[in-house]
Design a protein around this ligand. Structure first.
Ligand SMILES: Cc1cc2nc3c(=O)[nH]c(=O)nc-3n(C[C@H](O)[C@H](O)[C@H](O)COP(=O)(O)OP(=O)(O)OC[C@H]3O[C@@H](n4cnc5c(N)ncnc54)[C@H](O)[C@@H]3O)c2cc1C
Length: 139
């Protein structure tokens, strides 16, 4: 991985280049504007976080009792009295989802809440197998 016009930071994808973005807007000082964000899924949470970090007064409106939208998990009581976490299905947060991982790091700097897997194998009905093992970490 090369930084344009700079040193080579460590990374797995040898062809990757870091393109440094233009600086974002300065944090708002003084009387901040108010913004309503509708929906507490990943998109709404990301928007609300970025706005709040820039000093905007944010009110997040979520229709459901839990945040997360389609990636939410919620506790359920099973017939035998034990509890389990229910969700809509398996979710993989791939390593190249750098924006999502950056969002998660705000509350979990070491990403300890994610469980690393060696692969995300796909088995087609034709017998063909696919793997995400060699997918680069950079887009
Ligand atoms: C079974 C399944 C597996 C998936 N697996 C993966 C995966 O492995 N990797 C991956 O990256 N993605 C996966 N996805 C896709 C991923 O979950 C979605 O792309 C992502 O969660 C969408 O986020 P979002 O914030 O755009 O929308 P949503 O998660 O749909 O959030 C919208 C939110 O807005 C709320 N809302 C809607 N209308 C209103 C209203 N009028 N007022 C207030 N609140 C409102 C909803 O209640 C919801 O909380 C999967 C999805 C499913 C269903």
């Amino acid at each position: 991985m090369r930084r344009r016009g700079g040193a080579r930071p460590p990374g797995r994808d040898r062809r990757a280049e870091i393109v440094v973005p233009p600086p974002g807007r300065e944090r708002i000082e003084g009387d901040p504007p108010s913004v309503a964000v509708i929906g507490g899924g990943i998109a709404g949470l990301a928007a609300a976080t970025a706005l709040a970090e820039h000093g905007v007064r944010v009110v997040l409106h979520e229709r459901e009792p839990v945040l997360g939208g389609r990636v939410a998990g919620w506790p359920v009581a099973l017939p035998d009295g034990t509890t389990a976490t229910m969700s809509r299905g398996f979710h993989a947060f791939f390593r190249q989802y750098y924006n999502l991982r950056g969002l998660l790091r705000r509350c979990d700097p070491g990403l300890g809440m994610l469980t690393g897997l060696p692969d995300y194998p796909l088995q087609h009905s034709s017998g063909l197998r696919d793997s995400f093992r060699r997918v680069p970490r950079t887009p």
